[in-house]
Design a protein around this ligand. Structure first.
Ligand SMILES: [Zn+2]
Ligand SMILES: [Zn+2]
Length: 286
């Protein structure tokens, strides 16, 4: 039992399982450690850590921050953070407030397009956690407005579509500083969503490195072997640690299983050990 998953979501953001359920599930799937990395929130971490202690599964406190950069976007993972850090909590509150403002706007646009969707339905779908577009998409599906979740994004919700509303996102400098000040290490998530162009990607990594990037998510559910290899080369070249995870969302993202992604993902515990070494070096520098 040496396998881990450093990228998972609970119902505190847009995953299907509660933090405690997710931890129990990770244990059932025989993982040795799991990081909870909910989108823009640390609300699930206390519950996950408590469940980990109870079940004897190592839980790494993390989060995944949405970052705005030029004409694309980046997801930045923060690991081994102090999730009670007041500065971090305050910054995340700004995001949550903007999300709360954004959802009614999306609902209004959908209503204007002739779809009967209400905020109450979204709240029910999110089970009391924060409401994201994945919840909106699944409500559209359950009401028969679209065939599936992907269609909801393609027709209405994604950038350039009629019910899209931009959300507030941090600039990269702020995101790196948030993670650093909370004592964590920064890792760029699923790097190829930034760009498929490898030269461009390398230029981004170089830039992020100067802002304090510590690692790169080389092992990821949607990566080809070749993409993983390229990320590993970048890590070597820019002295970054390598991490990996499935981006498990439970039933909210079908086809992706915890620990194994689409079937062939494997993340070894030794990567977590290296991440911890990097983290302890950071602590010495700070
Ligand atoms: Zn992501
Ligand atoms: Zn994610």
């Amino acid at each position: 039992m040496h396998w881990i998953d450093l990228h998972t979501h609970s119902a505190a953001s847009d995953g299907a399982l509660s933090p405690a359920e997710l931890v129990a599930y990770a244990q059932q799937r025989r993982l040795k450690a799991m990081a909870l990395t909910d989108h823009d929130t640390i609300d699930g971490l206390d519950e996950a850590l408590a469940a980990g202690t109870e079940l004897g599964l190592e839980i790494i406190p993390g989060l995944e921050i949405s970052v705005k950069i030029e004409n694309t976007s980046m997801h930045l993972l923060g690991y081994l953070i102090d999730h009670h850090h007041p500065g971090l909590i305050k910054e995340l509150l700004i995001l949550q407030e903007s999300r709360a403002e954004r959802n009614p706007q999306i609902v209004r646009k959908l209503n204007d397009l002739g779809m009967d969707v209400s905020l109450e339905e979204l709240e029910r779908a999110s089970g009391g956690g924060q409401i994201g577009r994945l919840h909106i998409a699944s409500v559209l599906k359950s009401k028969g407005h679209v065939e599936n979740v992907q269609e909801a994004f393609d027709l209405y919700l994604k950038q350039g579509r009629p019910a899209h509303v931009d959300k507030f996102r941090f600039d990269p400098e702020t995101a790196f500083a948030m993670i650093r000040s909370a004592g964590g290490v920064s890792v760029v998530a699923h790097p190829f969503t930034l760009t498929k162009d490898r030269n461009e990607l390398e230029a981004w990594i170089r830039r992020f490195k100067s802002m304090g990037l510590s690692g790169i998510e080389a092992y990821y559910s949607d990566h080809t072997t070749d993409q993983t290899q390229f990320c590993r080369q970048l890590a070597l070249k820019y002295d970054l640690v390598v991490t990996g995870g499935s981006d498990f969302h439970g039933a909210n993202k079908p086809g992706i299983e915890i620990g194994v992604g689409r079937g062939n993902l494997r993340v070894h515990y030794s990567l977590l050990e290296k991440l911890k070494v990097e983290w302890s070096h950071r602590a010495l520098v700070a």
